[in-house]
Write a protein that binds this ligand. Sequence first.
Ligand code: URA
Length: 216
Amino acid sequence: MGIVSWRRRDGARMEEHGAPGEAESDQDKAALWQVLREEVRQCQACGLHRTRTQTVFGVGNTEAHWMIIGEAPGADEDRQGEPFVGRAGQLLNEMLFAVGLSRQRVFIANVLKCRPPNNRDPKPEEVRACQSYLQRQIELVAPHILLVVGRIAAQHLLDSSAPLGRLRGRVHRYGEEKIPLVVTYHPAYLLRSPLEKRKAWADLLLARSVLEGRGE
Ligand code: URA
């Protein structure tokens, strides 16, 4: 258990579950998800394991075209073990609905799998300790578009210190697969600043236009 064969896109095989590449079959892929889920569940790689109620792995369709990435679980998510279930989550659901999507059709994950106490910003060492989990989730879902909500997640994924206003409004590319990535405001920010919803709507349309360009 834990070692699953991968076949790389260049044809080479890798006997390591964390290696990038393409799973051989649906069964292998399910095994990889299972291994990853269990690793996250037992993770003690940073101090957040001491204060969490439980880890928050991610939720949704593992074959989704859209993958939504947020920052870290809050109190509701820590309690329920699912990302974006609080007020910000409700707004995220509405945003998805507005572009014809539902939570069941996308995959939702966070940069951090554990709640930072009092919802403080993640520390760089916590992000580092957690980053291979998100990386492997992205490889397994292989989404056609990454929608990244909020400054913290956007700066991490784009390895940038630019403010969110400079990162939104265009299509970035992520990783070796050059997955299109669009940044938008965090729904918790939109709850506080509803006038910015207009810009978030433009970001969603931009993300959707990327998929429409692929004929989806
Ligand atoms: N904010 C996030 O970034 N993620 C969640 O899961 C909840 C709130």
